[in-house]
Design a protein around this ligand. Structure first.
Ligand code: NI
Length: 215
């Protein structure tokens, strides 16, 4: 039997967190982000609108970051803010429409202190043979969950905001999250790891919702 984990700590949104899906929500986020941009200096974090399934942007492959510029620093900061606002434990830049290989993760529980990590150009350099099943979610696929089997432990190599190359071993939720977010950088979603039947069903559902929102 697959080991289920507390969904509140999953790679995605918090179930039961009541939030409207799709268009109006994205629009509200945009308005908020725009207002913040107009009224504040660059030092203020900005929540950016999330890209939601079935937006083809989510299937784009993200480009590596070559230098840490102010643009990358602002992107990372906004991603952290957007991730906490959602709330979620991980976010890839493509989920706010930026095709750059940047990921933010904070697996701390909500009642714990915030401890975000920014992973630039992350790559899995080692993965354990042992697998683990987690019930995953995704901020781009709100209120949908599915069990995904992935390596239990991984070693990841990435660049930090100081431009240093770092290697880190991860297990449990962090390992799952890293693999989920790195998938995003390659245009892969967690639903791609589910059966075709389940995947087709959720894509259809979200396509319908998007159509309804556009109408
Ligand atoms: Ni996701």
């Amino acid at each position: 039997m697959a080991q289920l984990f507390d969904r509140r700590h999953g790679c995605g949104e918090v179930p039961g967190f009541d939030r409207p899906r799709g268009g109006p929500y994205a629009k509200a986020l945009f308005q908020r982000a725009f207002a913040a941009l107009q009224s504040s200096p660059l030092s203020v974090m900005t929540v950016r609108p999330l890209v939601i399934l079935p937006d083809p942007v989510l299937r784009q492959k993200s480009e590596p970051v070559t230098t840490i510029t102010d643009e990358i620093r602002v992107l990372a900061r906004d991603m952290i803010e957007t991730m906490y606002d959602a709330p979620g434990v991980g976010l890839a830049a493509i989920q706010i429409g930026v095709a750059k290989r940047v990921v933010t993760i904070d697996t701390n529980k909500e009642e714990e202190a915030r401890d975000p990590t920014v992973f630039i150009n992350p790559e899995i350099v080692w993965a354990s043979e042992e697998l683990r099943v987690y019930d995953e979610g995704c901020l781009s696929i709100p209120e949908f969950y599915g069990e995904v089997e992935r390596p239990d432990r991984v070693k990841v190599r990435y660049m930090n905001l100081d431009g240093e190359t770092v290697e880190k071993e991860a297990d449990g939720l962090l390992a799952t999250c890293l693999q989920h977010e790195i998938d995003h950088l390659n245009g892969v979603l967690f639903i791609d790891h589910l059966s075709k039947l389940k995947r087709d069903r959720v894509i259809k559902k979200f396509a319908k919702a998007a159509k309804r929102d556009a109408a």
